[in-house]
Design a protein around this ligand. Structure first.
Ligand code: UFG
Length: 332
């Protein structure tokens, strides 16, 4: 068994990856989380939990040594696109400077493998789809820019110190683990699927469609939704890839299928059996019209195969979480 440190392991994608690691035959997770946005309840009591901040490189190094860590999976970050535009320094401080100190701590402790939580936002508005890893990088928001800076920082560390990293660029993460005990709980929530489902269960009054004049068949934005359980598996495969000597690399993670906002609303009505109020509003700044991944490289190099990413399974699993936790982790 190799011990893996999961920064941000109490967050949405982090906690699903911790669950997958704990259930795997090869890895044991150790969670490192500041609990600024993470939820302690998202991590089982059986998993070692270290409350800490990645800005403290010495403490990171101490933790890596204490638990004999073979590699790091790094989720810890702020991830609200809108907030990143109004408070960019908060994002550069937490995401970029935080990762800098994490990397220093890893160097100090002699840990040289990291799987990094990156994003499709590094591409910005693509010229064509599906998006391949070597497409131009023109992030349209600060959040995406912080992730791109980190990718570049890691590349420089590969060249200078031999760090090996896998940057995983997720498209639209969604869904929840089977059983409904962990799921998506952001504050404030800005993502489409949780907002639709909160509307379906009556916690919100309506869902707004941001923009109906995009150059798409029904005028609304098209996204590539990928099940968080499939994302979790990709992190395990990427860690195996690095531990087996794989070189630093970038991977898209998406289902390779696109669904419009209207299609998602219709699918949610069908899966939940609920009808609800839908309002059409203007565009949200910075939203690209269409984002669809090519995940061919992840499939070929990592052997990744998304198995849970039909829209019905994504929405049904998220619905199960929302029904069990109408107000997220805070009020059960
Ligand atoms: N949308 C609505 N109404 C809402 C919320 C969202 O119509 O109430 C639309 C958005 O305009 C967008 C689509 O639904 O077209 C999906 O929006 P999300 O906020 O769920 O997701 P994004 O595609 O904006 O964001 C995702 C990731 C980010 C990442 C970004 C890259 O969640 O982390 O892709 O562009 F930065």
């Amino acid at each position: 068994m190799e011990n893996i440190l999961v920064t941000g392991g109490a967050g949405y994608i982090g906690s699903h990856t911790v669950k997958a690691l704990a259930e795997s035959d090869e890895f044991s997770p150790v969670v490192f989380d500041s609990l600024v946005t993470g939820h302690r309840e998202a991590v089982p009591e059986s998993v070692p939990f270290v409350k800490g901040d990645i800005h403290d490189g010495d403490f990171v190094a101490e933790t890596l040594e204490k638990y004999h860590i073979a590699g790091v999976i790094h989720f810890a970050a702020f991830s609200l696109v809108g907030e990143s535009m109004t408070n960019p320094l908060k994002y550069y401080n937490n995401n970029v400077e935080g990762t800098l100190h994490l990397l220093e701590g890893m160097k100090q402790a002699g840990v040289d493998k990291i799987v990094f939580s990156s994003t499709a936002a590094v591409y910005g508005e693509p010229e064509k789809t599906p998006i391949m890893e070597d497409f131009p990088h023109n992030p349209t928001n600060v959040y995406g820019r912080t992730k791109l800076v980190i990718e570049n920082m890691m590349r420089d560390c590969t060249n200078a110190y031999g760090l090996q990293y896998a940057a995983l660029r997720y498209f639209n993460a969604a869904g929840a683990a089977e059983g409904g005990y962990i799921g998506e709980d952001h504050n404030p929530e800005t993502h489409l699927i949780p907002l639709i489902l909160k509307t379906a269960q009556g916690v919100r009054d309506h869902i707004s469609i941001y923009g109906t004049d995009y150059p798409t068949p029904d005028g609304t934005c098209i996204r590539d939704y990928i099940h968080v359980v499939d994302l979790a598996q990709a992190h395990i495969l990427a860690m195996k890839y690095l531990l087996q000597g794989g070189e630093s690399n970038y991977f898209n993670l998406g289902s390779e299928k696109g669904f419009s906002v209207r299609e998602m609303i219709e699918a949610a009505k069908k899966v939940t059996g609920k009808d609800f109020k839908v309002l059409e509003e203007g565009r949200r700044a910075g939203d690209p019209a269409v984002l669809i991944a090519s995940s061919q490289k992840s499939k070929k190099v990592l052997g990744w195969k998304p198995c849970h990413s039909s829209i019905e399974e994504i929405i049904a699993s998220a619905w199960n979480w929302h029904v069990n936790h109408p107000y997220g982790y805070s009020k059960k």
